[in-house]
Design a binder for this molecule. Structure first.
Ligand SMILES: NC(=O)c1ccc[n+]([C@@H]2O[C@H](COP(=O)([O-])OP(=O)(O)OC[C@H]3O[C@@H](n4cnc5c(N)ncnc54)[C@H](O)[C@@H]3O)[C@@H](O)[C@H]2O)c1
Ligand SMILES: Nc1nc(=O)c(N)c(NC[C@H](O)[C@H](O)[C@H](O)COP(=O)(O)O)[nH]1
Length: 279
């Protein structure tokens, strides 16, 4: 067994049980589906902010819930973020729990595939990006970048492919505000057909908002939210889906969870549930 690096995290067995009903099945005889098991998971402040501003990497999770997030990463085949998060955070998107590949074990077992949604292929990654440093150290899988660009920049493509990553071009529509909108079912089917049986979606704000729209929320099998005891204040990246109205034009809640469980975790609380679909 290799020695785990100093930044390895511990997530004790005794803390794992409560998460089990909210995670993809581990049973290899579970039925093979067209869609991956899909978990929405993020950390939020008391004023529903993910970060102090769109470009700011902001620590919300305490040490125990951070380790929990890394355990979640070990339990999913893929981890999806938007390019805004890739640019703001220079994330590692790997799993640092002791005992997974690169953290005390050879190989990449337990390491999720990073998937970045980047419609215009604007992420200026380089050899210095954290993700690629981790790939070189054998501590992360190379990313897949989902884009609407048919022929991404050749140099970027060569760099990505030199690590074993790739661009995956998909069709995206433009909304009335000019934003790209991915076809989530199509993306999830594509990821499943490329071998990902489960994915966790970490954010940021735009990704989460689009998944909480009436059109797409039924794709979510599980929702796991860490709530930190802090207010980030005005100007943060807020998780707030579009307003919904009933047939009479009255405002109704945009989305709600069912089968809810709360678990105190250090100074944070972790909320697990499933999207309640209208009857
Ligand atoms: N607290 C947390 O758990 C957490 C998690 C992730 C990110 N963050 C923070 O969130 C911030 C970034 O959030 P954001 O909202 O600015 O960026 P984002 O990560 O949601 O990325 C936005 C971009 O991704 C693409 N995109 C997103 N949804 C899409 C869709 N449905 N279809 C097509 N393209 C889509 C678009 O190019 C869009 O401009 C950062 O500050 C980051 O630190 C926090
Ligand atoms: N659970 C959680 N708590 C936080 O306080 C926080 N800021 C994030 N943010 C998630 C987002 O996807 C980040 O980009 C990655 O957390 C980057 O972190 P890594 O380098 O991969 O460890 N997630």
């Amino acid at each position: 067994m290799n020695t785990a690096p100093r930044d390895a995290l511990e997530f004790p067995e005794s803390d794992r049980g409560f998460l089990e009903p909210h995670l993809p099945p581990q049973d290899s005889s579970a039925p093979q589906l067209d869609l991956p098991f899909t978990t929405l998971t993020f950390a939020t402040s008391l004023d529903s902010s993910l970060a102090l501003s769109p470009g700011a990497r902001t620590v919300l999770s305490g040490p125990q819930s951070k380790a929990m997030t890394h355990y979640l990463r070990s339990r999913h085949d893929g981890i999806i973020i938007g390019v805004g998060t890739a640019v703001a955070d220079d994330p590692g998107l790997n799993c640092r729990i002791t005992g997974v590949g690169g953290y005390g074990q050879p190989g990449l077992n337990g390491q999720p595939r990073p998937v970045v949604i980047d419609p215009t292929a604007r992420w200026e990654f380089s050899d210095d990006s954290k993700l690629f440093q981790l790939c070189r150290e054998g501590r992360s899988r190379p990313p897949w970048i989902i884009t609407a660009v048919e022929k991404p920049n050749a140099e970027k493509q060569a760099l990505l492919e030199s690590y074993g990553g790739r661009f995956i071009s998909v069709k995206m529509i433009r909304t009335h505000t000019g934003r790209h909108q991915i076809d989530w079912p199509e993306l999830l089917v594509t990821l499943r057909s490329n071998g990902l049986r489960s994915v966790m979606i970490e954010g940021g704000g735009h990704v989460i908002k689009s998944l909480l729209s009436p059109q797409y929320m039924s794709l979510l099998d599980s929702v796991i939210v860490t709530i930190a005891p802090t207010w980030l204040g005005e100007g943060g990246v807020v998780v707030s889906p579009d307003r919904r109205f009933d047939d009479d034009g009255n405002a109704i809640s945009a989305a709600r969870l069912k089968n809810v469980r709360w678990y105190p975790f250090g100074e944070d609380v972790v909320l697990c549930g499933q999207i309640k679909l209208s009857d």
